[in-house]
Design a protein around this ligand. Structure first.
Ligand code: CDP
Length: 225
């Protein structure tokens, strides 16, 4: 574990975390990890097993009875559930609408947080999420909080969904994003907050390349304050 670094990139939905984290990981040769994919994976597993995502006890049981494996592929930490590797399935509307409720269940957070912490065994990581700097890797000296105006974030997400072939309405995307932000910021366990010592980056008027450079430069300087 000597010399292993963990870069935490937190922020609300569609703030640019994924593109920025992938870019930073590629530039520094670190492993990219999307923590939200795990909460989505738990939600997807429940839905495909016919479990109601609102039924916390049943979702926990479903998560614990599944077989989870973690590995690195093409520079990213990924996972399989009962032998299947869900990717596109995690971005579907059914998962999107239930994931914030599932991610608010403390037992589920504990399982996901421990799984995420174990990924450091693979090497240096860039991990994106909501609680990476506060809970998963609180001792990391490299913490960033990405933000952007809600309208800009909704527009980015809308364009992504349309490009992925989804039939969505822009105002519905904005409503669903605000609703998810609200659940994430107000839940009792590990709410979305700016981690102490995190550098806040408002990307509303910045290009992706500028944001990546800001993070990479700060990490190279060893100072994110
Ligand atoms: O891509 P987007 O930012 O919209 O979502 P995501 O990062 O895939 O996360 C999906 C959901 O998982 C969030 O709305 C949170 O409810 C939850 N999540 C969390 O609670 N903690 C994390 N570290 C990451 C995601």
């Amino acid at each position: 574990m000597e010399g292993i670094k963990t870069i935490a990139i937190d922020g609300p939905s569609a703030s640019g975390k994924s593109s920025v984290s992938k870019g930073v990981a590629a530039e520094l040769g670190f492993i990219y990890s999307d923590s939200g994919a795990l909460y989505r994976g738990v939600t997807w597993q429940a839905i495909r097993k016919g479990v109601d995502p609102q039924d916390a006890a049943a979702v926990i049981e479903c998560m614990l009875s599944a077989e989870w494996s973690f590995f690195v592929q093409d520079g990213a930490a990924i996972f399989s559930i009962d032998g299947d590797i869900p990717v596109q399935e995690l971005r579907g509307k059914d998962v999107r609408e239930s994931v914030a409720v599932v991610a608010a269940i403390p037992e589920i957070r504990r399982f996901v947080v421990e799984s995420l912490q174990s990924l450091a065994n693979f090497g240096s990581l860039v991990m994106e999420g909501r609680d990476i700097g506060t809970v998963v890797f609180p001792d990391s000296p490299y913490k960033f909080y990405l933000d952007a105006d809600p309208e800009e974030r909704a527009m980015r997400r809308y364009r992504e969904l349309v490009a992925a072939g989804e039939d969505e309405k822009a105002h519905e995307v904005l409503d669903s994003l605000k609703k998810r932000d609200q659940i994430d910021a107000t839940r009792k366990t590990d709410p979305l907050v700016v981690a102490p010592g995190a550098q806040v980056i408002d990307s509303t008027a910045m290009t992706l390349a500028d944001v990546i450079k800001t993070v990479v430069d700060a990490v190279k300087k060893g100072d994110t304050k």
